[in-house]
Design a protein around this ligand. Structure first.
Ligand SMILES: *Cc1c(COP(=O)(O)O)cnc(C)c1O
Ligand code: SF4
Length: 340
């Protein structure tokens, strides 16, 4: 008789939780290995890759699974593969383009009226090469342990705050039990109305949307929304869509913000397809950002005039609710500047 393969218990309640954490741990950190996962070698590319840029490569497997095999121009690959252009110093590109270095309390950034950013985690599941926080001194900024209590006190003492925006890093890097604890404290602050989570984790590891996470968010009496970060329609696959549907079924409003990136989504058909696929996944296109001028990201830049043209062309093609607002973040401003 043949050996039977081991039977995997399908009803293990920890199964999904273990799996997102394992996927996080086993993320690819070597650019050459990343290329080989999709059948490429460095010589297939028309630019030199970099092994050391001071900002690590980090790409979880479910995101790699959405890349096209053998395509050196793959729009997902280009977002996460380190290249030597990152090491060039370019005039006008700095380490802290938004001048975010002043905080009001540990882990708190109170620059928008009525809203505070609460930095929960110091890392992300993926390292996007164009990230405006690639040089951010997270160690000094993230709220944890005793400091988190100080952040909560700050929110309690400021009556004018009606919305808490969980940010990071990626706030969904923290465990469901930590989130549950935080939510139970925020739920007790009477002047708070809304909770928003800015995250890319469900895009790169859809398994992060656990039933427990949905339950924690659904039982809060705050109005909960989630702002995802997707730049190209290829990031939206069946696993992702079925995962975010659980959030929507739990009463969570879903929005998306993108960054306009050279050779990735600087094309009206690509942007139209992104908006349509987002909507099919229950997500409303909210913002599209001009690149923040962070050192190491100059090769992704799109001139402002071209960005305006792109968004206007999109407006001629799609219903208004599928056209994201073209925004730019200016240091010291109380809100984003909308340019189209
Ligand atoms: C724009 C932005 C906000 C504020 O968003 P609004 O939707 O304009 O209130 C908060 N956090 C981050 C990271 C943002 O980019
Ligand atoms: S997920 Fe967001 S914060 Fe994290 S590296 Fe990417 S762009 Fe930056």
């Amino acid at each position: 008789m043949k050996n039977m393969s081991p039977i995997i218990p399908v009803s293990d309640p920890n199964c999904q939780v273990k799996s997102w954490k394992n996927l996080l741990k086993s993320a690819i950190k070597d650019p050459i290995q990343l290329l080989s996962e999709i059948g490429l070698e460095p010589t297939d590319l028309n630019f030199p890759i970099a092994e050391n840029t001071g900002f690590a490569v980090r790409v979880p497997q479910p995101f790699i699974d959405k890349m096209q095999l053998g395509n050196p121009q793959d729009p997902l690959l280009l977002q996460v593969l380190s290249q030597q252009a990152e090491n060039l110093a370019v005039a006008g590109y700095t380490n802290d383009p938004l001048e975010e270095h002043a905080s009001s309390a540990p882990g708190i950034l109170h620059k928008y009226h009525g809203r505070v950013l609460l930095m929960l985690a110091s890392a992300c599941a993926v390292n996007c090469r164009y990230c405006f926080r690639r040089h951010f001194p997270y160690q000094d900024k993230v709220a944890s342990g005793k400091q988190l209590q100080q952040s909560i006190d700050y929110i309690s003492e400021h009556q004018e705050i009606s919305e808490v925006i969980l940010s990071g890093g990626d706030p969904l890097m923290v465990s469901d039990s930590q989130l549950s604890l935080l939510l139970s404290q925020l739920n007790q602050i009477p002047h708070l109305k809304r909770l928003r989570i800015h995250t890319r984790l469900p895009v790169v590891i859809p398994q992060r949307i656990t039933q427990e996470l949905c339950n924690i968010l659904a039982t809060s009496h705050l109005n909960v929304s989630m702002v995802l970060h997707i730049n190209h329609a290829n990031e939206i696959d069946e696993l992702f869509t079925s995962s975010v549907k659980k959030l929507r079924d739990s009463g969570i409003q879903l929005f998306n913000q993108s960054v306009l990136l050279k050779d990735i989504n600087d094309n009206v058909s690509v942007l139209a397809q992104l908006s349509e696929q987002l909507f099919a996944a229950y997500i409303v296109p909210y913002y599209i950002h001009l690149l923040d001028k962070v050192a190491g990201a100059a090769h992704f830049d799109i001139p402002k005039a071209q960005a305006i043209e792109l968004v206007e062309a999109l407006r001629n093609r799609l219903p208004g609710y599928l056209v994201p607002r073209l925004a730019i973040e200016e240091p010291g401003e109380k809100a984003k500047t909308i340019i189209a």
